[in-house]
Design a protein around this ligand. Sequence first.
Ligand SMILES: [Cu+2]
Length: 237
Amino acid sequence: MRRSARLFPPVAALALAGCRHGPQSTLDPAGPAAEAIARTWWLMAGGAAAIWLLVMGCVVYALLRGRNTRALRNPQRLIVAGGLVLPTAVLLALLAWGTATSGRVTGLGQRPDHAIEVVARQWTWEFRYLDDAGRVLARSADVLYLPRGEMVEFRVVSEDVVHSFWIPRLGGKVDAVPGRVNLLRLRVDDDGGRPIRGQCAEFCGLEHTRMAFPVQVMAPAGWRAWRDAGGTEGRAP
Ligand SMILES: [Cu+2]
């Protein structure tokens, strides 16, 4: 075996391990929306690998079969099965799975326990913690405080250009578009004691890279007390 081939398995394992854990890893989900995304990712990666193996198996079979054997008796059967039936079945199954998953990813249809307004501007995030009437109880800048186990509705807006609000360990991203309020519902269930970090996922100017923020997960009672007291770090930007 060549040296590079011998090195491949440990390097691949290391690379995958790096994906698995990290403050911005979609493969280390900490809530139901991110879990649905990760499950879909693994399903698609597994499916793609299975189809690749199937095709490679056909290639190897064709090469070993050589020229001397007779041609396929019904070549159109292979084309109909492999070129029409299989892709149609796989794409229909993926469509059904994706449709069923999208409700979990956006959280729409689920009752939120709290609401946080997310204001994006070059190059900072402001989080406004609202009461049921929509009044601001607390603010934080570039740090997001979340109660564990409770569904939070994020109302995402922008004050200048298009940004994108993304916390990979909690769920999908949603754009912050000037003049619009986009909704996303996320919950932190189990962060595994590892840090969670959010990031602007839309290039929004020269200091776009600065638009990252840690997520502090708190016990619900402590979080509520913190919010109702106006937030200890509630500096307005
Ligand atoms: Cu941005």
